[in-house]
Design a protein around this ligand. Structure first.
Ligand SMILES: [Zn+2]
Length: 304
């Protein structure tokens, strides 16, 4: 870290500790070392002085960083492993002090790409750009800041509610249900629609495959008590469950998934041998069947 005045003495003390090592590094690379003088940006630089390549480290520069940069040559910037042929430059214009580009190994490059393409991260950086644009366009930054802060708090509490057990505010709050004489939450529904063969696809579209809600019945509770249940809809059928029974059902559903998958795998294997029938043979088969029915009918008639 390049330093300004208050930390300058600290920097000098710290630099003194790294000087012997840096001197060795310079010797190995055939560089002269100069720790006085200045560079245009106050950072360590290689300059040609009296015909000799010289590492100039102004007193304000950080020797530890300079040393680290030397040690990073030939290594990946991110993981510091030795570079192989698959390594690529980090970014145009980012070079080591001695001029060669900073490099990143392929595994780190892949990892960075994965992180950079993460939808969450992309959305976040898009949002950051938007925030920046809002401030640039704003004539009243204080008011903009206040509005953004309120918006962020609001969204955060919404997101918090949505992720608290995966329920929205409506799905976790009990609302009065007059006909029932009790209270119920909005249902959670499977994205999958019903798959009942006795209904059309359009009819099934209106019906979730699974839905559940919490229900409290407390009509004249002094007399009849208060009861909390989980109502589980599977297609057009409903099971009313005590919370304990609902837990059993949940465990059974989870257990069933593995068995269901095993059946699917078996069917997938068998489906490899499936084939379409021949329409001509099918027509001939139907005709033969009709003939045989006619023959039977006529024989019965003759016998009668
Ligand atoms: Zn790496």
């Amino acid at each position: 870290m390049s330093t300004s005045t208050p930390a300058a003495q600290d920097q000098r003390d710290e630099n003194a500790a790294y000087l012997p090592e840096l001197t060795r590094e310079c010797e190995q690379r055939g560089l002269a070392l100069q720790t006085v003088g200045a560079t245009p940006d106050g950072l360590a630089k290689i300059q040609v002085i009296v015909g000799r390549r010289t590492l100039v480290v102004p007193p304000t520069a950080d020797l530890a960083e300079t040393l680290d940069d030397f040690r990073l040559i030939g290594k990946c910037l991110a993981c510091r492993n030795e570079l192989d042929d698959t390594a690529t430059p980090y970014h145009p214009g980012y070079n080591h002090i001695e001029g060669s580009p900073l490099m990143v190994c392929q595994p780190c490059r892949d990892q960075q790409a994965k992180i950079a393409n993460d939808p969450n991260r992309l959305a976040f950086s898009k949002c950051m750009n938007a925030v920046e644009a809002v401030f640039q366009a704003s004539e009243n930054p204080a008011m903009t800041r206040k509005a953004l802060r309120e918006f962020v708090d609001m969204e955060a509490s919404k997101a918090g509610a949505a992720t608290a057990g995966g329920l929205t505010a409506e799905q976790s709050a009990f609302a009065a249900d007059i006909p029932l004489g009790g209270w119920m939450t909005a249902p959670v529904e499977s994205a999958l629609r019903d798959i009942d063969d006795s209904y059309t696809a359009a009819e099934n579209e209106h019906m979730p495959f699974l839905a559940a809600k919490a229900v409290i019945t407390d009509y004249r509770s002094q007399a009849y008590g208060r009861r909390t249940e989980v109502w589980l809809d599977y297609g057009r059928t409903t099971g009313t469950l005590t919370p304990a029974k609902a837990r059993d059902v949940l465990a059974a559903m989870a257990g069933f998934c593995a068995q269901f998958e095993a059946v699917i795998e078996l069917a997938e294997h068998e489906a490899a041998s499936d084939f379409e029938g021949d329409p001509e043979i099918a027509a001939a088969d139907r005709e033969a069947e009709d003939r045989s029915i006619r023959a039977t009918t006529e024989a019965r008639r003759a016998a009668a």
